[in-house]
Design a protein around this ligand. Sequence first.
Ligand SMILES: Nc1ncnc2c1ncn2[C@@H]1O[C@H](COP(=O)(O)OP(=O)(O)OP(=O)(O)O)[C@@H](O)[C@H]1O
Ligand SMILES: [Mg+2]
Length: 243
Amino acid sequence: MNGKGGTGKSSICAFLIAHIIENALGSVLAIDADPNSCLPESLGVKEPETIVGTCDEISKNLSKIPAGITKDRFIEMRVQEAVNEAKGFDLLVMGRPEGPGCYCYVNNLLRGIVGDIAKGYDFVIIDNAAGMEHISRRTTAELNKLLIVSDYSIPGVRSARRIYDLARQLGIKFSGAYLVVNKVTGPVEPLAKEIGRTGLGVAGTVPYDEGMVDWNISNKPIFDFHNETIRGEIANIFNNLMR
Ligand SMILES: Nc1ncnc2c1ncn2[C@@H]1O[C@H](COP(=O)(O)OP(=O)(O)OP(=O)(O)O)[C@@H](O)[C@H]1O
Ligand SMILES: [Mg+2]
């Protein structure tokens, strides 16, 4: 999942995860790769273990690393244990590094381990930070589907196009790339030309919903948010991705 800040990446990730779980479509690993994300909370997971937390703990206790194992290998092993087991799905959270240079390190780590851990799941859904950071670092060098979220605006769609262009220029491999237009408050037609320029297939459009505002202040997990229109659109997006 990628896209400009605030377009709804995390919300759509959470809805897709809820859709898969509630319809028993397969096992899910959710990866929160955004250091400033709320994905765990929206999935009802409070104070999850994080990769950063695991790394910090190891760095503070270097003497506990078993002989014959490098620090990096040990971190890799322990990060597998940082997978949070939640109700119906697993969750891996990057966390918030402190200090310069840490982001690079954790991003590299994430790239190295995601492939290994991912193999055990039917679905792996990665909620990325806004912008091009993850793409340009090639944290997720191999994806099955790239989903770019735009808001209901021409700048939003242009931003999606830049993200898609960059992903292709960097040679990131994916079997399909899609656009989701979120927070739609009118006809999509005025955006059609701009959408056409992106070269992305439209996986779905999600209406702006006032209920989301209420849900935001309710502090409840997404599983408790039942909005037939949004749920219907999410099912549509899921089906388009699976096609
Ligand atoms: N369809 C919608 N209707 C109304 N509000 C929405 C909709 N989708 C998302 N929002 C709201 O928009 C805000 C941003 O959503 P979200 O956090 O999912 O975006 P994001 O792209 O993950 O943001 P960030 O770039 O900060 O990670 C939230 O308050 C969310 O509840
Ligand atoms: Mg987010």
